[in-house]
Design a protein around this ligand. Structure first.
Ligand SMILES: *Cc1c(COP(=O)(O)O)cnc(C)c1O
Length: 247
């Protein structure tokens, strides 16, 4: 999958567009196969093209090739791209750690925040939605199941309290759970973590934590999205397999 590495400087615009189109097609096909293999409908899986570090022209190429959702991890970087692609129909996902001093811009810019991990942050976003007259903001609770994986994410025992806080919010909609597992070369080692997150989602869903929704599961990246889908992912965040290696 990674045999044709991107060489930005040597590719013409057309070549680069065709490459992104081909890669996007391949990822879609693999999503399809993984879904069918596990008895799921491919349509229930949203492909988020992780466009961090890549210039707006490449996002435009991905859009032309049918991408609809972009994932960015830095607010400032995303702001410039969102401005440039204002005319396009895009859903913007914040997948990076949310610093509280950037929260207002997040409320103004993003459609969905995958990295909610504290009640303080929820309260701040809720207040900013009010101030910015933003009616609704979709959020996912980032859960830290690996423990050592990242410095962000709520611990498993903190999740019920967060769900409760979100249930009381009028602007924030808790739409699911997200996870960034530790990186293992052997993706089978991640499978149990994916499975655990799904179990949590199922329990929360039974308690109607996600309102009328089924509860999204944002998990799976370039090297493990197929396993994630087998374990129930409804949102996969794929960067490298679409845009090539980051510089
Ligand atoms: C960068 C990133 C991705 C995409 O990673 P790839 O390996 O390039 O697919 C997915 N999720 C998060 C949170 C990221 O920061």
């Amino acid at each position: 999958m990674f045999d044709t590495l991107f060489e930005k400087s040597t590719l013409t615009h057309t070549q680069s567009t065709e490459q992104i189109r081909a890669r996007l097609g391949e990822v879609r096909e693999r999503i399809d196969l993984s879904a069918r293999r596990s008895g799921r409908a491919p349509e229930e899986i949203t492909l988020i093209a992780v466009s961090k570090t890549h210039p707006p022209e490449m996002l435009r190429q991905a859009l032309d090739a049918g991408a609809s959702d972009f994932g960015e991890n830095r607010v400032q970087e995303a702001e410039a791209k969102i401005e440039k692609l204002r005319d396009a129909h895009v859903r913007w996902h914040l997948i990076g750690h949310l610093q509280s001093n950037k929260a207002r811009r997040v409320v103004k810019l993003f459609d969905c925040v995958h990295t909610l991990d504290s009640a303080e942050l929820a309260a701040r976003l809720e207040r900013l939605c009010e101030e910015e007259a933003r009616r609704e903001l979709d959020v996912l609770i980032q859960v830290d199941l690996g423990g050592e994986a990242t410095k962000s994410g709520a611990r498993e025992d903190e999740v019920p309290g967060l769900v409760e806080a979100l249930g009381a919010a009028t602007h924030l909609r808790c739409v699911g759970l997200m996870m960034i597992p530790p990186f293992y070369d052997d993706v089978e080692l991640v499978r149990p973590l994916f499975r655990r997150l799904r179990g949590m989602r199922d329990e929360l869903r039974a308690r109607r934590a996600f309102g009328s929704g089924g509860g999204e599961l944002s998990m799976g990246m370039s090297h493990d999205y197929e396993v994630a889908i087998e374990e129930g992912a409804t949102m996969v965040r794929v960067g490298t397999a679409i845009f090539g290696a980051r510089g």
